[in-house]
Design a protein around this ligand. Structure first.
Ligand SMILES: Nc1ncnc2c1ncn2[C@@H]1O[C@H](COP(=O)(O)OP(=O)(O)OP(=O)(O)O)[C@@H](O)[C@H]1O
Length: 260
């Protein structure tokens, strides 16, 4: 079942630097939320707090009411969370299929003893997961690459493989960090269709960090705009793009970049 994500006054500090300050919002089951804001606003840092890669210095992060702030990524899988990264984190020497299967390991069942002895239920489960991974790759137009080493494929294909790996976890909460970065126009269009298809057929809540406003407008129900680590506003993508505070935040950043 799709998850509810609730953030309350989340803060993050590195030494004396405040990266996030009292950030709060809620994403309802099955919703698609965009997290946007200028470079350095704190979007990826907030993702890292939600996915357990950073421990927030303050506040609360709940998935379906359970407090998860500070839990490591391995424990968050049990709460239904999966994520992708701005720069796909793949095992480059492994095949595409092996990479996608990594996402299924939490669903293998049993424990280290049954795995190391490779008892019959493990073998059966492995075959089922392998079939499922191949179907997932086929559904995302990557079936042809299943047995190729990941490092022989393009950046755009790496993003697709990483998404399949995340989907192998059967997540109830999916975090996508800049899924369109480095993709061609055609690849972005295909990605938009993929997420629409997910919304129609998978029971999942999705949060997307993205600079590509076309993608954000096409996919999200709501956006949260961050600036300098704080929430600037929350509303639809159209409301955000027309909001003078948001325009000021982006223009101010561009002016500062030009002056540097
Ligand atoms: N591990 C860290 N140590 C110190 N500062 C950090 C660390 N991680 C992030 N920051 C700082 O936190 C701020 C927010 O960075 P973050 O990458 O979260 O922003 P962002 O909104 O995702 O930016 P972009 O759109 O460019 O990816 C930046 O000033 C960054 O330098």
């Amino acid at each position: 079942m799709a998850a509810r994500l609730t953030l309350h006054e989340v803060g993050l500090r590195f030494g004396g630097v405040t990266v996030l300050h009292e950030v709060g919002f809620e994403v309802g089951p099955g919703e698609i939320l965009g997290l946007v804001g200028p470079n350095g606003a704190g979007k990826t840092s907030l993702f890292n707090c939600i996915s357990g890669h950073y421990r927030p210095s303050a506040g609360s992060i709940r998935i379906d009411g359970a407090e998860v702030a500070g839990l490591p990524p391995s424990r968050l899988a049990a709460h239904g969370l999966a994520r992708t990264f701005q720069h796909p984190a793949l095992q480059l020497r492994a095949t595409v299929l092996e990479n996608v299967l990594l996402g299924g390991h939490t669903r293998l069942g049993g424990g280290p003893l049954t795995w190391s002895l490779r008892l019959p239920p493990v073998g059966r489960r492995e075959r089922e997961l392998r079939e499922e991974a191949l179907e997932l790759l086929d559904a995302h137009g990557l079936g042809w690459a299943a047995h190729q080493p990941a490092d022989e494929l393009s950046h755009g294909l790496h993003k697709g493989i990483e998404l399949c790996r995340a989907l192998m976890m059967r997540p109830s909460l999916l975090l996508l960090d800049e899924p369109a970065a480095g993709l061609s126009h055609g690849e972005v269009e295909r990605f938009i269709e993929t997420v629409r298809d997910l919304r129609a057929h998978a029971d999942v809540t999705i949060v997307i960090v993205e600079h590509h406003m076309g993608l954000i407008s096409a996919l999200t129900d709501r956006v949260v705009v961050l600036d300098h680590g704080s929430k600037l506003m929350e509303g639809t993508a159209a409301e955000a793009q027309a909001d003078p505070r948001v325009i000021e935040a982006y223009i101010g950043k561009e002016a500062a970049d030009d002056a540097a």
